[in-house]
Design a protein around this ligand. Structure first.
Ligand SMILES: NC(=O)c1ccc[n+]([C@@H]2O[C@H](COP(=O)([O-])OP(=O)(O)OC[C@H]3O[C@@H](n4cnc5c(N)ncnc54)[C@H](O)[C@@H]3O)[C@@H](O)[C@H]2O)c1
Length: 275
């Protein structure tokens, strides 16, 4: 049943992993703006507590859970504390993730394991631990898995990261079916070029010529913000999107659609960088 305003998230509880910064923080703030109470899980205590203070200033219930998302025991403890504090869970944002560039043949076994742990296992374990509370609540729920545009295309230097994100898209589709009987909807988001701390080293590493070309790579011509991302999250978890399930949505100003098309310095669309 629709609330009066179908975007209203008042009384709903969201858990955001990696929620202290970047797209997680953008999601937390936008969900709170629409009325949701928020549990922020992150390993950055200072940023997490600062965000919680901000969320409380907005009039929301919020608390920080210091969690290393690569540790399954900590992931389970995180979900337990959400259940204890809020006694319900409506929205799960599996956001944590990241990677460092390395040619696959040079990637150490330890680095492969860490990438898989952060970008795939964290979401699997969180989902498995958190969904029972959604089911028990009998109010349905929404899971948002934050993948990447790299899930949908090749990613030189990011082979394992991209493989994990592709797996997350597949996992999302299966959850969309397995959890449908509980009215739990699942979506994957595929962001690209949203300005966050996580993206900064990658952008700074680019050559000056590449930096100049960046905004021509992005069809809308500029980078996005965590707020742009949060807006989509808020819509997808709201009753406005109650009939949507199992989507993979690029949040990339059209970069996935471009699929190799590029704007030349004179404004023409071309297929070869620099042509
Ligand atoms: N920004 C983009 O354009 C973009 C593009 C593609 C994919 N993504 C994906 O979006 C998600 C968020 O990315 P972002 O750009 O906001 O990253 P970010 O690095 O800016 O923020 C990540 C947050 O996760 C936290 N974190 C990292 N490792 C953790 C761990 N082990 N345990 C707990 N917390 C941890 C950090 O402290 C930080 O608060 C990631 O899954 C990333 O792969 C982002």
């Amino acid at each position: 049943m629709h609330s009066v305003n179908p975007m209203d998230l008042s009384g709903r509880v969201a858990l955001v992993t990696g929620g202290a910064g970047g797209l997680g923080k953008g999601s937390a703030l936008t969900l709170a703006q629409f009325g949701a109470d928020i549990a922020v899980a992150d390993r950055n205590t200072e940023a997490g507590n600062a965000l919680v203070a901000e969320l409380r200033d907005m009039g929301r219930k919020a608390f920080f859970i210091d969690t290393d998302m690569m540790d399954i025991a900590q992931v389970r403890a995180m979900v337990s504390s959400v259940n204890e504090r809020f006694e319900r869970l409506d929205i799960l944002i599996n956001n944590v993730g990241g990677g460092r560039p390395v040619a696959f043949l040079e990637q150490s076994a330890n680095s492969i394991d860490r990438h898989i742990s952060l970008n795939l296992l964290s979401a699997l374990h969180t989902t498995q631990a958190a969904v029972p509370a959604m089911i028990e609540g009998r109010r349905g729920g929404v899971i948002i898995n934050v993948a990447s545009t790299e899930a949908l295309r090749a990613a030189p230097g990011y082979a394992v990261y991209a493989a994990c994100k592709a797996a997350l898209v597949s996992f999302t589709r299966t959850m969309a079916l397995e959890l449908a009987e509980h009215n739990i909807r699942s979506h994957a988001l595929a962001p690209d070029m949203l300005e966050t701390e996580g993206l900064t080293p990658l952008l700074n590493a680019a050559l000056e010529a590449e930096k100049a070309a960046r905004d021509r790579y992005i069809p809308l011509g500029h980078m996005g913000t965590p707020g742009d991302f949060g807006n989509l999250v808020a819509f997808l978890v709201s009753d406005m999107a109650g009939y949507l399930n199992g989507l993979t949505v690029p949040v990339d100003a059209g970069a996935t659609a471009a699929s190799g098309w590029y704007r030349a310095p004179d404004g023409r669309w071309c297929l070869y960088h620099g042509s």
